[in-house]
Design a protein around this ligand. Structure first.
Ligand SMILES: *Cc1c(COP(=O)(O)O)cnc(C)c1O
Length: 476
């Protein structure tokens, strides 16, 4: 057998310690079912620091809001708050839960794409900032604020920026920037129960230059607003700051070149059903675009932010300096990148068998929705934790399959090379899954219960008592 390409994940000490302890994992799964999500929120602090260092080096006033949609656990909300971050909420339920956890309303912002009446009423009553997406929301919030005899704190989401290379960026969210200027001229001042605080954007994709260019466009809007007597306190650049998942660039390159060869039929498939993950073989060539997250990248977290803020404006200064000079606060809303290294998912092997193509399938007690994001595959090698290591084992390529009655419930599309065939009851650990992988699409089809989320307190050592269920965290 040709060696299958590996994609070695960056992992941290706590993950390695737990995966070396089969009996601990076995006990946890016996108690809580399979799969389980293991969460260690303490590492959020390092991720936050990586942003703080950059923001401080520009002398910026700043606030970071954790975008909690990236994971459902309350433990992250509490940790983010403890570290001095605010929380970006995207639904009434996310918002109310933060309030119930005792977070102050002025540390919560609301960016929900759809804001129902109850969410808006509550936000106005509590005095949380609402990011407005369109004029219908202005009218609704105006009515609610008048009813309550209050001012609603608002910022406006903008989109339709010129990208760094000159084309207009499409988004279904927010006010188109050119319409917004018209809206400011014609209508904004009529909404006298809205108290304007700032501008917001969140761009799809991972371009640092586009974000820099969008910031520069926002500064022009700040001037227009100022001429109307509206002072901009902050600009919020949303999330989408990259996370670096992989150890090794060469492995990444080899994987994609092998996938291309497999699609061309030069080597046996290295993905289930020869899935191209966005690439296709057509008319003698490989076409299409990778539909996967850039798991390998060289500009993650603080470095990503550093590059945005170093964007050269048309006046030849760094955009970060321009914002800092004007005394405008910079806000960001990272989700995924704040969760880097803070979680992993563990599932139990239910069976092994060979399929009709001669491939080994390893059935796991979990389903595809429990390890799924917008990316066509999660391109990190899992760890298999064997109850017993064999000395004379032979390496084997396997696919991990899930519990849904769908042919496509294959947990990883990639064929994984293991040095030993797993046994029933062995454990498979998927590292670094906290950002979107474990929760964003998790469903309870077939009435399967949702996975337990266990919060790990490292100070208690490697034992069952060091883990508590997120659901049981005390409400204030
Ligand atoms: C999704 C989202 C975020 C967080 O994005 P990440 O990629 O997780 O950093 C922040 N703000 C808004 C408005 C979003 O929609």
């Amino acid at each position: 057998m040709n060696k299958l390409p590996s994609l070695t994940p960056i992992t941290s000490q706590w993950m390695k310690q737990i995966k070396d302890d089969f009996h601990l994992l076995n006990d946890l799964v016996a108690n809580y079912g399979s799969p389980i999500n293991l969460i260690n929120p303490s590492l959020m602090k390092d991720n936050y620091q990586s942003y703080q260092e950059v923001l401080e080096s520009f002398g910026l006033k700043y606030q970071v809001f954790f975008a909690r949609k990236a994971n459902k656990c309350q433990a992250y909300v509490l940790k983010a708050h403890q570290e001095g971050m605010g929380i970006d909420t995207a639904s009434l339920e996310e918002y109310i839960q933060c309030l119930e956890l005792g977070l102050p309303a002025n540390q919560l912002i609301i960016t929900a794409a759809i804001k129902n009446e109850n969410l808006l009423r509550r936000a106005v009553k509590e005095g949380s900032l609402i990011i407005i997406d369109n004029e219908d929301e202005c009218a609704q919030i105006q009515r609610i604020a008048k009813d309550q005899n209050k001012k609603a704190l608002v910022a406006f989401r903008l989109s339709g920026f010129q990208s760094a290379n000159g084309e207009k960026l499409y988004s279904r969210f927010g006010f188109d920037i050119s319409d917004f200027i018209r809206f400011v001229d014609d209508s904004l001042l009529r909404y006298d129960s809205l108290e304007y605080r700032g501008l917001h954007f969140h761009l799809d994709g991972y371009s640092m230059d586009d974000r820099g260019a969008a910031l520069e466009s926002c500064l022009a809007v700040v001037d227009v607003l100022e001429a109307k007597g509206l002072k901009t306190e902050f600009i919020d650049i949303g999330g989408g700051l990259l996370t670096q998942y992989l150890e090794n660039e060469q492995e990444w390159e080899v994987f994609w070149s092998q996938l291309t060869r497999a699609l061309q039929g030069e080597i046996p498939p290295i993905t289930f059903g020869n899935n191209g993950l966005g690439l296709r073989f057509e008319h003698d060539q490989v076409v299409g675009k990778r539909q996967t997250y850039p798991f390998w990248n060289t500009c993650a977290k603080g470095k990503f932010l550093q590059n945005i803020l170093s964007y050269q404006t048309s006046k030849g200064e760094r955009i970060g300096d321009a914002i800092s000079k004007r005394g405008i606060e910079l806000r960001l809303e990272p989700g995924r990148s704040l969760l880097d290294q803070t979680g992993m998912t563990v599932a139990k092997v239910a069976f092994r068998k060979k399929d009709s193509r001669g491939d080994w399938l390893i059935g796991l007690e979990m389903n595809m929705s429990q390890l799924m994001s917008g990316s066509a595959d999660f391109l990190l090698d899992p760890w298999v934790v064997y109850r017993e290591k064999q000395s004379d084992s032979k390496s084997v390529g396997v696919y991990f399959t899930g519990a849904y009655c769908l042919e496509r419930d294959v947990i990883l599309k990639r064929k994984i090379e293991l040095h030993q065939l797993p046994e029933v009851g062995d454990m498979v650990v998927f590292p670094n899954t906290a950002g979107y992988m474990m929760h964003f699409f998790e469903s309870s089809a077939h009435l399967f219960p949702l996975a337990s989320n266990l919060i790990y307190d490292e100070s208690k050592g490697l034992q069952q008592d060091a883990f508590v269920e997120d659901d049981s965290l005390a409400h204030k």
